[in-house]
Write a protein of this length. Structure first.
Length: 328
């Protein structure tokens, strides 16, 4: 029985923020008893079923075809900590001898049909991070990460839909940020799904372009419409794609609500000053601009006014909103 030389593999991957599910027996599962001394990472797609999170897991486990299966939701399943049959003939490449990929590389089988299936943002993020974690474990850089199609270009095409120069650049970002580091947010567009989309939707809820019941982790037409509206409101390119500028705008606090003061009541007096008295109130007021000036009977009578000039109004009359001042 072969026992892995990397018993702390699970803990190491978790320290990189990955969701890890060890498959029972992973520490002793091996394709054969020959030496396994990994120093690079080889990336694959499973070419499995189009439905399910990790439908290829059982087949890969039973046949010991890779150390890891990466589910569509970003979950890392540890199949083995030993040698697996995933590389086949190929190379030499980046210091790995010809046909020696199984001995010197970790294999990651990422769940994807390989027939044009879009890669979910959450799965890609986990793919980058898993590759970075393995590079970190062996103190190598992103150049130690390559694709099956690079290892065996005449017979392999996986992982289909991924440009490896861009993939390595993403791995480099995560190595630079380190464990728990902050890395640039993924570019999201319609068709994406997962935690990154949930983060986007929650941000749109904060800015009141979505409601909480619309947070489902799927970037569909509703999210695209809300994102375009947000981009337009913030004077960004309203293309429905969430890139760096949009993420930066989403992280800002929503604009403060503009409080519009209630308009000051106005009353036409035909050019004459008006005297008012509210029902239940013994005081008489003179309407002067936006104020009610309390005046005594002697004062208004001295100006030739009579009780007929006093308008009796309800306590809820709009004039009750005016500022009341003492007699001048």
């Amino acid at each position: 029985m072969v026992t892995t030389a990397y018993p702390n593999l699970e803990e190491h991957l978790r320290s990189w923020g990955l969701k890890v599910v060890p498959v029972s027996g992973w520490k002793t599962r091996s394709a054969n008893s020959t030496t396994f001394t990994p120093q690079a990472v080889l990336c694959h797609h499973t070419a499995g079923a189009a439905t399910g999170n990790a439908p290829s897991l059982r087949y890969i486990t039973d046949n010991v075809l890779s150390q890891f299966v990466l589910g569509r939701d970003g979950t890392v399943h540890i199949v083995s900590g030993n040698r697996c049959n995933h590389a086949g003939v190929g190379g030499p490449l980046r210091g790995i001898p010809k046909d020696a990929g199984n001995r010197y590389t970790w294999g990651i089988e990422a769940e994807n049909t390989g027939r044009g299936e879009p890669w979910p943002a959450v799965q890609l993020e986990a793919y980058y991070k898993l590759a970075a974690a393995l590079c970190d474990m062996h103190r190598v850089d992103q150049e130690a990460v390559f694709a099956h199609k690079e290892w065996a270009p005449t017979r392999k095409s996986d992982p289909n839909g991924i440009t490896m120069s861009s993939f390595r650049a993403e791995v480099a970002k995560r190595l630079s940020a380190g464990k728990g580091g902050i890395v640039a947010d993924p570019v999201l567009r319609i068709g994406d799904s997962g935690q990154a989309v949930i983060n986007l939707q929650n941000a749109l809820v904060k800015h009141k372009f979505l409601v909480s019941g619309q947070v489902d982790g799927d970037f569909g037409p509703t999210t695209e419409k809300a994102l375009k509206a947000f981009q337009s409101a913030r004077k960004l390119t309203a293309d429905g794609v969430c890139g760096p500028a949009t993420w930066a705008a989403l992280r800002k606090a929503p604009p403060a609500a503009v409080v519009v003061p209630a308009p000051t009541p106005t009353v036409s007096t035909g050019g004459k000053r008006m005297l008012v008295q509210f029902k239940g109130d013994n005081y008489v007021y003179e309407v002067v601009g936006s104020s009610l000036i309390h005046v005594s009977a002697d004062a208004w009578r001295a100006r030739g006014l009579t009780s007929a000039d006093v308008k009796i109004v309800e306590p809820t009359h709009p004039l009750s909103k005016l500022t009341r001042k003492n007699e001048y």
